[in-house]
Design a binder for this molecule. Sequence first.
Ligand SMILES: [Mn+2]
Length: 375
Amino acid sequence: MIKLMHLADLHQGWEPKYLPDDKKSIRRRERDQLLQKAVDYVLAPGNGIQGILIVGDLFEKYKPEDALVRETMRQLSRLTAQGMLVVTIPGNHDEITYRESVYRTQGTAWPGILVTNPMPEHCLSHTLEGTTVHIYSLAYTGGLTKTAALDDFPCLAEPGFHIGAFHGSLDWEGLGDRSLSLNSARLSSAGYHYIALGHYHQFSSKAIGSSLAVYPGAVEFKSFSDSGAGHFTIVCWDGSQVTLEKPPVALRPWQSLTLDVSLVENYQALKTRCLSCADPGIMLQLTLTGTPRFHIQEEQLLEDLAGAFFYLELSNAARYFSDSFLDAVSGEPTIRGLFTRRIRERLAATSDERERKVLEQALLQGLAALEGDVG
Ligand SMILES: [Mn+2]
């Protein structure tokens, strides 16, 4: 059984600009430790892995700072020192095009195999546990990679495990994505067993022809809209079939929560409610919805909650109708005016506290719905 870790899009050196300086450097350090976690996982004897494929965007920039380059090479050398297969493919962030690109300045010192050919080529054949792994790849190089004519994907007619490894956008039809465009029909005609992709940050796997094409995704979290896969991707080849393993990785916890604040009495109660999920280690995305009876001061709430979380992203989608707004609406010769008058009449007629609350919410939610805000 051949088992290789398939990594891409680590974007080492990236910093979350939305964090204050102290936390920014904590998060950067955490993110940059992912490679070490990957190497530890590959080296753990019980995992039975023989190598690693890094399919682009290992770094955020093509010229990362020296300390980061040194540490990255030191980690990869831990693998090569054990005879592991290490293949690194430049991406579009760490593009090889530039004279000062890390892959040009380090060149031959780079641990393992560094892909530098600008058009698809057979890059290496390497025997692992009696089976030969054949890898085909390219390093996107401005001016040399003929992106429009990328239809000739070579594949040797030899026994073994054939892997195409490319950093680019599979079947992307939009505009403005500065990356290598890959066509699944052309790729599948090469007949690779496995197509190791990079560039998209979400995990995905798809059968194209007889190949399995996989984006391992960025494992680490960047933001709530780019939250990472949270697991490594291990490709396994038993001589006839490709299967995947997706071991989870221990990362800083994050969560997206939606809180309906319609029945929350006042600001103090809202604060207490939010603080009930306090955790100084977590990154929390909190969305407030509903129709509260009070106006939510977002800046104040953020300030009051800031210390309770590692990072809090607050979005207020709650709809507040002030009393003066309701007064104005109830005088309108409109559907919402009629609706408001009817409910207010019933409110005036009831002395039942429960009914009053129901009517109040019916009024507020009805008005929100009439605004097209169906909650
Ligand atoms: Mn990319």
